[in-house]
Design a protein around this ligand. Structure first.
Ligand code: PRT
Ligand code: ZN
Length: 288
């Protein structure tokens, strides 16, 4: 294996986090090719190598400084007794760790699982949750296919990751409690390496700018000059909206960033104060 970069980033080789991880790295401007069967890739434009690993191995590689950064599920970090630093929450890999029981079961809460058997591949997180709720239950540790444990009468309930919920439905299970929410994380070693610090900072700034950008839309519209005060209140933008005089007297062109969650409300209000010809564009990077 030839590794010539100064920074190594560990990502999941093949699984639910692979696509999101590679997309983020490409959006951060890293120029590389990833092939399924390759264990590493070198970036052409920065001294960065990518390591493609099983997700469960990523925290340990980062702890041992084989990798300087890793992208891994928060559930994997929480489940392992490994020291890594949580550098950034990433906006993909969303799921919940949930307790579920057979549809026909009368169980409605975690308290009712006292003395029962719960199958999981997340025994640490489940153990902590049961302790918080002062419930004593038998944890049945399984590596996979947790959802079939009740049908096999290996357990009375399961504690598993859920995203669409279709696995639970297929196996006639229903959620009774959410244990925790999980997402992908960018992690680094507990102690930072001074020599690598500047490049890691640079990569983090890029990752943050990609992540932040996703929260915004860029909106442009025309409006009568008389509505400017109202528009300023509506669109605080980064500092203030950009306002340009239109060739048409009495009219302005307004440009601003808007939080995605406020977007449709802002559009309605812009229209109410005479705004028209509204153009909307995605924001690719945002560096405050
Ligand atoms: O081979 P490797 O060890 O790398 O991969 P893996 O099979 O262990 O992990 P993978 O690819 O399944 O998941 C990687 C990470 O994705 C997890 O650690 C989570 O952080 C995140 N993630 C997000 C999920 C899910 N959603 C998810 N739904 N991980 C697993 N699941 C499983 C769940 O365990 C259940 O079996 O998907 C099934 C439920 O999915 P729905 O959509 O039917 O609800
Ligand atoms: Zn795994």
């Amino acid at each position: 294996m030839q590794l010539n970069g100064t920074i190594r980033i560990a990502v999941q080789r093949s699984g639910r986090l692979s696509e999101g991880s590679l997309a983020l790295l490409h959006q951060m401007g890293l120029d590389f090719e990833a092939y399924d069967h390759h264990l590493f890739a070198s970036c052409r434009n920065l001294p960065v190598d990518l390591l493609f690993l099983r997700d469960d191995d990523i925290p340990e590689y980062v702890q041992d400084r084989v990798a300087d950064l890793g992208i891994v599920g928060s559930n994997v970090v929480a489940e392992q007794n490994i020291q890594v630093r949580r550098l950034m929450d990433l906006d993909f890999g969303h799921c919940t760790l949930a307790l579920a029981v057979p549809e026909q079961s009368e169980t409605q809460s975690v308290a009712e699982l006292q003395g029962r058997r719960i199958a999981t591949s997340h025994p640490e997180m489940l153990g902590r949750f049961l302790e918080e709720h002062q419930v004593s239950a038998e944890i049945v540790r399984l590596k996979g296919s947790v959802e079939i444990a009740p049908a096999l009468q290996v357990a009375d309930a399961v504690c598993d990751l859920v995203s669409t919920g279709s696995t639970l439905r297929t196996n006639r299970l229903r959620v009774v409690e959410t244990v925790t929410r999980c997402k992908a994380l960018l992690v680094g070693p507990a102690q930072s390496d001074e020599k690598k610090g500047p490049l890691i900072e640079k990569l983090m700034l890029r990752a943050r700018s990609v992540q932040e950008a996703k929260r915004y839309k860029y909106i442009m519209f025309n409006a009568p000059e008389s509505a400017l005060d109202e528009i300023r209140e509506l669109l605080p933008g980064c500092k203030a909206p950009t306002v340009v005089q239109l060739a048409e007297p009495g009219y302005l062109a307004v440009h601003s960033m808007v939080l995605e969650e406020r977007f449709w409300d802002v559009v309605d209000r812009v229209r109410c104060c005479g705004g028209s010809d509204i153009l909307v564009a995605p924001v690719e990077k945002y560096i405050p």
